[in-house]
Design a protein around this ligand. Structure first.
Ligand SMILES: *Cc1c(COP(=O)(O)O)cnc(C)c1O
Length: 353
């Protein structure tokens, strides 16, 4: 038989499965979306985009990159946009790693690093964490001559843990020059800790560090698939060669620009998150669960042997949370911070279960 065969390793990938919603309008606490929605200005821009959807988008997303650059004080030429940060993760791996190469991530790091490495034929290498937190020494110890990329999600999903700016700087200093360090700051806006580093300073100071950001989390535009990276110029030039010529759509670009212009919405969302996250953590603890400290818009709860039972019990009540088994944490559930009434429903359901 000589039917078409995928490249070796592809069939070893476990496809990513988001929790299936069995019923209409579930309480979605499983995907770290913004429960407040998005800025009304982004919605208006999305609707206004309809007049242009018969045209190809600006493949270079120039206006969006200029808006990002203006807000953050960056060089727009070093920004590349993608169909979510996920696409940029895949593009970076495809461009810099392949068969025989290694991609390092922390043990409970964001799952896309592993999936995208496998898809490119590279080997994901997992570095043990200490106390559910990425550890710079084990990350460095996981590096071999075959390592091409190291991913650090900061804050990390699903643990919510943080590395400080100093730890990131130390990591970069000790990493071999040929290893591309990717700091994935998908939740950066939510972070209140003053010693936090989103990777931006390193992306400016070194030729081998990248920062990734997204419109899917605090900006509330997950459905539009729009993210961006801030790259050293030479790396941006590489990613622009491998990305699709029109990898971000018209509506996504326009809504993104409008969302950036509404920083009040971002502030409001962060304030809301901090208050509700604290209340939710307290409620989960009162329910007898161990809750890890989180800098983002979700909490990781240790449910011991009952994680799956609780997940299923919640799903039966139309409340979705994420079981972190795929992240090597079968005892844990990740719960996104929802609206007060959603969090209350979750806590009430936990009592019943
Ligand atoms: C959600 C998330 C992303 C990517 O989100 P996109 O929707 O693809 O932009 C990237 N990294 C981490 C750590 C995330 O949690």
């Amino acid at each position: 038989m000589s039917l078409p065969q995928p490249r070796s390793g592809i069939l070893e990938i476990t496809p990513y499965k988001a929790a299936a919603a069995g019923r209409a309008h579930p309480v979605r606490l499983n995907a770290n979306e913004n429960p407040l929605g998005c800025s009304p200005r982004a919605r208006e821009a999305y609707v206004a985009a309809q007049d242009g959807i018969h045209r190809y988008p600006d493949g270079g997303a120039t206006a969006l990159r200029n808006a990002i650059a203006a807000l953050h004080g960056m060089d727009a030429g070093r920004i590349v946009c993608g169909a979510g940060a996920d696409e940029l993760i895949a593009l970076i791996i495809r461009a810099y790693a392949g068969a025989g190469d290694e991609v390092v991530h922390s043990a409970h790091g964001f799952i896309m690093y592993r999936l995208a490495a496998q898809a490119a034929g590279a080997a994901p290498v997992s570095a043990p964490e200490k106390d559910m937190r990425g550890d710079v020494e084990t990350l460095l110890a996981a590096v071999s001559p075959r390592t091409k990329i190291m991913f650090v999600a900061n804050p990390n999903n699903p643990t919510g843990s943080l590395l400080s700016a100093d730890e990131l700087k130390y990591l970069r200093e000790k990493l071999p020059e040929h290893v591309l360090l990717v700091v994935d700051a998908a939740y950066a806006e939510y972070v209140a800790e003053s010693d936090y580093g989103d990777g931006r300073a390193l992306a400016d100071a070194t030729p081998n560090t990248v920062m990734l950001r997204t419109f899917s989390k605090v900006y509330g535009l997950a459905g539009l698939r729009i993210g961006w990276g801030y790259f050293p110029q030479a790396v941006a030039d590489v990613i622009n060669r491998v990305r699709g010529a029109f990898n971000t759509g018209v509506a996504a670009q326009m809504a993104g620009i409008a969302a950036l212009a509404d920083q009040d919405f971002v502030k409001k969302s962060c304030l809301f998150n901090h208050a509700e996250r604290a209340a939710l953590a307290e409620g989960l603890q009162k329910a007898g669960l161990k809750v890890y400290p989180s800098a983002a818009n979700f909490l990781l709860a240790d449910c011991g042997a009952r994680a799956e039972t609780i997940r299923d019990g919640l799903a039966a009540r139309n409340i979705l949370v994420m079981h972190a088994a795929g992240y090597g944490l079968p005892q844990c559930l990740r719960v996104s911070v929802g609206l007060p009434e959603e969090n209350a429903r979750l806590l009430a359901a936990l009592k019943e279960i």
